[in-house]
Design a protein around this ligand. Structure first.
Ligand code: GLY
Length: 413
């Protein structure tokens, strides 16, 4: 397993539960993965280092969690070395790495998405901003882990973010605002074979009631009681399959996890973004409900036999994930504090490390994700928050309303 976040911890937990998996290694991993796997201090952006580690441990399968090594071609290097790998090559990973590439693929595949313009010249910024609004969506056209996106009714704030990106040498993407509830649909993709997982919903804003700035994700729940199966089928047929087919047509087939972030409005699904990997924190919830052995599903995808995999099996009920974030996140987070209760049931690690005394300490913005499961959203929420009450980290914060609007029937299409 390549990566060190909450989704990688969840993936390792899923692999650990698969009886066909005999040994687990993580690079670099975190304090939580150390309890499931052997952690290796390897630079995951270095294809040579990852290939060397995979050879050293005689890996049967390498699963790449984060987008950075994928965009850098680490999956290509592993495949060239003859190692089965779950994760797209550098070219297909551009679906996340470059918003402009994603727009081009969607246009060619006839997939509905927001109207967009790329601005790379500061002199053109004001005129371009005038062509958007009254809600502005400004995206850094590069990898920014969700934090490069500003959605605001305040033109000055939109302008400031765009100017910031341009000053740092990054083009910006201005987009029309898509209304309607958001859905994250993850699909296992092997060429043009597309197998959806359960739909989930992230909570991107830092505060209750969707207040405050965007984050990498403060919590999630799955499945979505307000989303009919027919709409999931439409997402697969109108979005995921055409994009997978377009990448095959371009000679750069996608192999791994295609994450479609969508808004659903009166006309149906429209794409907000694609990611080339499992999403965080939705993964922690979705995998909690997956009954099919995870290693079998990932290996079938990596080996090009996804079409032969029996239909995925799921546990009944719901899962809720609440992220515990460090003080000041999504700004520069406070780190290095000891965490009490980090080994509790359902507590998955993201920004954690072991200090020299072997204690679990915070090391990033999103520190832990706490997973609850139950017969319905109410029960899953109750379990997640009960488990969270057993965790203590100085200055930390979390949202108290993850999955609440859905539980109370306040989301509809
Ligand atoms: N859930 C947002 C992300 O993984 O980027």
């Amino acid at each position: 397993m390549i990566g060190s976040g909450g989704r990688e911890h969840a993936l390792l937990l899923g692999l650990k539960r698969d009886p066909s998996v005999t040994e687990l290694h993580a690079a670099p991993g975190n304090a939580g993965t150390a309890a499931l796997a052997t952690n290796h201090a390897v630079d995951v952006a270095s294809a040579a280092a990852v290939v060397a580690l995979a050879k050293e441990v005689a890996a049967d399968l390498v699963v790449i969690g984060p987008e950075v090594p994928l965009v850098l071609g680490v999956a290509d290097a592993l495949r060239e070395a003859g190692i089965d790998t779950f994760g797209p090559g550098a070219q297909a990973a551009q679906i996340e790495g470059s918003k402009a590439f994603a727009k081009d693929v969607m246009a060619a595949a006839g997939v509905r998405t927001a109207r967009a313009e790329i601005v790379d010249n500061p002199a053109e910024l004001d005129a371009a901003l005038d062509r958007f609004g009254p809600t502005w969506v400004v995206k850094d056209d590069g990898l920014a882990a969700g934090k490069g996106v500003v959605v605001t009714p305040d033109r000055a704030a939109a302008r400031a973010h765009a100017a910031d990106c341009l000053e740092n040498g990054h083009p910006v993407l201005l987009e029309s605002f898509l209304s309607g509830p958001e859905v994250s649909l993850f699909c296992l993709v092997d060429g043009d074979t597309v197998v959806p997982l359960l739909p989930a919903q992230d909570h991107k804003r830092v505060g209750d009631g969707d207040a405050g700035p965007n984050t990498g994700g403060m919590g999630a729940y799955t499945p979505l009681p307000w989303l009919p199966q027919q709409m999931v089928d439409r997402i697969v047929d109108e979005v995921c399959k055409p994009v997978a087919a377009e990448l095959v047509k371009r000679g750069t087939p996608f192999n791994g996890l295609l994450y479609a972030g969508l808004a659903i409005d009166d006309e149906g699904p429209a794409v907000v973004e694609f990611n080339c990997r499992f999403g965080d924190p939705e993964t922690q919830g979705v995998l909690e409900l997956l009954q099919t052995p995870l290693g079998t599903a990932l290996a079938a995808t990596a080996r090009g036999t996804l079409a032969d995999l029996p239909a995925l099996q799921w546990y009944d009920g719901a899962a809720v994930v609440v992220v515990l974030a460090a003080e000041n996140y999504p700004g520069r987070p406070r780190t290095g504090d000891p965490i009490a209760g980090a080994g509790g049931e359902g507590v998955l690690h993201a920004g954690t490390a072991l200090n020299e005394k072997g204690e679990v300490v915070s090391s990033g913005g999103r520190v832990l994700s706490i997973v609850g499961r139950g017969a319905d959203l109410k029960a899953a929420r109750a379990q997640a928050y009960e488990r969270l009450a057993g965790v203590k980290l100085t200055g930390s914060h979390f949202r108290t309303d993850i999955g609440k609007a859905a539980e109370e029937g306040r989301i509809s299409l």
